[in-house]
Write a protein that binds this ligand. Structure first.
Ligand code: ATP
Ligand code: MG
Length: 421
């Protein structure tokens, strides 16, 4: 679990701002659900035989009433719970997005943390392939907006429960014939969740998995038509995709379209975003049956990829730094700073650190002003103040330009400072 400190936190805010603006353009609305949910929600929602439910959840008992609770390991279940609880689909579909921390007790490594952050988009109540495409296009647009390259889209279709059943039988029969090649985890999952065996990261099992019966070969006409409709819209948008028949995703709740955006630049933790259709989850969680599709991206991995690509994001600096030679003028100075800030100017005030007396020498204050990255120093000298002025000194262009400005008409010169960037 990481602390996110300035100036790095500015990159997070930059990303969040981009996401908000983009979600607005697609008419997806922000939803905020609690970080703690009843454990049963995740067991029921994600499936009992999943990595998350089997070994990754931070669960605890509420000491006051004995309730079993869990720090959310993902947000789709919580979103669905909220949608059901507030009957949000009574007047049609909803397009939603969220951002926030998730918790999974995993082995920490690069790109994998125990508190990590996801941004997710969910479209609930819409059955059509165009929504699968829309939500994929939304993610694709985000990569473009962020300047991310080297991200590729992998697609698969998990079909419908009946089709999965037929495939499952064929898969189990195949795996049973090769049981000597299965690792312990695969053996355990052979009958409970064989599909997940296809998702194994064990190199020794890759050949076996490669030759296993493919779910896509068990899809009926309707499922294939849905899949093809998604692809056609992606094609029309120039979004490249590749079918990965072994893409199954970690949660049980998916059907039809599933997808991941992956990169080769982050080592083995290369999936930056994953999602798919989950038409049966709403009913599973106790709502009236309704279709849905969504994705979640890993914020840490996206930021890491941006860094990997050498993308610099601007470190925030104040426009001005207030130099206050004498503590006696603080009331006048701070009154002016407050006005400047109300006008939208970002100003950092000098305030001495440590136990010394007074405000500190002019030299040390200017040193601080320089270090702050500010473009201007506002000098509240006694002489200038006596004339009803403050001295504005340029710090960045090497000119040393300076001019006095009247405290009275601050709005005028503040606008000038800002436009002069
Ligand atoms: P993985 O196969 O890497 O474990 P997952 O299938 O468990 O991924 P999802 O539950 O689909 O991942 O979560 C969506 C995204 O959230 C992932 O693609 C990844 O970018 C990010 N993510 C998942 N787990 C972590 C983690 N422990 N630390 C950081 N990011 C994570
Ligand atoms: Mg995982």
């Amino acid at each position: 679990m990481n602390d996110i400190l300035p100036p790095d936190s500015a990159r997070w805010e930059w990303l969040e701002e981009k996401v908000r603006a983009l979600m607005d353009r697609y008419a997806y609305r922000n939803l905020r659900t609690p970080i703690v949910e009843p454990t049963a929600l995740f067991v029921r929602g994600l499936g009992e035989v999943t990595d998350i439910v089997e070994k990754e959840m931070y669960s605890f008992e509420d000491r006051l009433n004995g309730e079993q609770l869990t720090l959310r390991p993902e947000s789709t279940a919580g979103v669905v719970r909220a949608v059901v609880e507030h009957s949000m689909l009574y007047d049609g579909g909803k397009r939603l997005y969220y951002m926030g921390p998730m918790f999974r007790h995993e082995r920490p490594q690069r790109g994998r943390y125990r508190q990590f952050h996801q941004i997710g988009a969910e479209a609930l109540g819409f059955p059509g392939a165009e929504i699968d495409a829309e939500i994929i296009l939304l993610a694709d647009a985000l990569w473009k907006e962020l300047g991310l390259t080297d991200v590729r889209l992998e697609l698969n279709s998990l079909g419908q429960p009946e089709e999965r059943k037929a495939h499952r039988a064929a898969l189990i029969a195949y795996l049973e014939r090769h049981v000597d090649q299965l690792d312990e985890e695969a053996k355990r999952r052979l009958h409970s969740n064989p599909l997940r065996i296809l998702d194994t990261k064990n190199p020794a099992m890759q050949a076996l998995v490669e030759a296993a019966p493919r779910l896509i070969d068990f899809l009926g006409e309707k499922s294939l038509a849905h899949f093809n409709a998604v692809k056609a819209i992606l094609d029309a948008n120039g979004v490249a995709w590749k079918v990965n028949p072994r893409l199954v995703r970690g949660m049980d709740y998916y059907n039809l379209t599933v997808f991941e955006f992956v990169t080769d630049r982050l080592g083995s933790q290369g999936t930056i975003c994953g999602g798919g259709r989950y038409d049966y989850l709403i009913e599973q969680i106790g709502g009236k049956p309704a279709p849905a599709v969504g994705w979640a991206l890993g914020v840490e991995r996206v930021l890491e990829l941006l860094k990997e690509q050498g993308m610099a994001t601007a470190v925030p600096v104040p426009l001005a730094y207030a130099v206050v030679p004498d503590a006696g003028v603080l009331p006048v100075a701070m009154a002016l700073l407050q006005k400047l800030r109300a006008l939208g100017v970002s100003v950092q005030m000098h305030s001495p650190t440590g136990a010394g007396e007074g405000m500190g020498s002019m030299k040390s204050q200017f040193k601080k002003a320089d270090a702050s990255g500010a473009r201007y120093a506002l000098v509240f000298g006694a002489d200038e103040l006596a004339r009803g002025n403050v001295l504005v000194k340029s710090l960045r262009d090497g000119s040393g330009q300076q001019a006095e400005h009247a405290l009275q008409n601050v709005a005028e010169w503040a606008a000038h400072l800002q436009s002069d960037r």
